[in-house]
Design a binder for this molecule. Sequence first.
Ligand code: SF4
Length: 349
Amino acid sequence: MTDSAHRAPKILEASDVVKHFPIRRGLLRRTVGQVQAVDGVNVALGPGETLGLVGESGSGKSTLGRVLIGLLPATSGEVLLDGRDIVGLSVRELRPLREEMQIVFQDPYSSFDPLSTIGASLNEPLKTFRPNLSKTEKTDLIGDILKTVRLDPNHRVRYPREFSGGQLQRIAIARALLLHPKLLVLDEPVSALDVSIQADVINLLADLQPEFGLSYLFIAHDLAVVRHVSDRIAVMYLGRIVEQGAAEQVYTRPKHPYTEALLSAIPLANPKQQRQRERIVLEGDIPSPVAPPAGCRFHTRCRYTLDICRSVDPPAFDTADGTTVFCHLHTSGPRLSGETVVNLTSART
Ligand code: SF4
């Protein structure tokens, strides 16, 4: 991404996004609680930029991805897509905007109707959004987009079961690109694939990004996957972004203890560094989003917990390198080496 991408108007700007799912019980279906899946998130994405969104299973990242493209209605907040707020729009009002934002899901096999040919599946968005195209024009477009994802155009007459997972994920990417969207949400696009073909799909996505002028929200549970494809990384824990900054900074100089723990699980290429590096094991499971811990939501698993962490929500702190972190260590904690920002112990090189 160039510097101009930072200055250009954002494709996506989300502020204070909340998504709660009511828990209903009894004959009258009374609301007895809320699953606080996303709770006050701010993210922004410029043209041609990739934001990696990482966190454990249950952190709310997939829910956030769906809210950001209107697949799920936000409970509150603002989501500007190309300057237009999509929160509160009806399905009908959202329909013309669907062309501009598409999603690729984790499991390519469940993304396609097993009884329809690939050509028929790819024809669906064209029938809806390009009704004036002739049959030949649609067939040509489908053939072209299959070639773009490095598959044989004649594959359109085949069925999903005739493809490998990697090939089918390429076809899912082709379907998402057919309408030339501006924003692609990639929801764990390689997690279900064999390790040997994950790099192929990631490289394909990287090649397609400038060609199609795409912005990516790349969701993953593994920081290693998003490092090389992301301009910025946002780390999510229990419905909140806890750290967000330039990919290299987040990866090499983590500011939040949760980011530090996630990074410590990634094997290092250098055996000496690997031996010296401490593996931080997060105790216990991620708490329930129905009743998240008071104060810092991470305090039940954090190895640096201060008294204040148990009762006071940490405010945002902007570090000198442009990272935003939510942690009391940076505002109320001990100051190391005279610096205002704490250096966590397992920063990577
Ligand atoms: Fe740990 Fe406290 Fe920072 Fe939360 S605010 S991550 S509990 S040190």
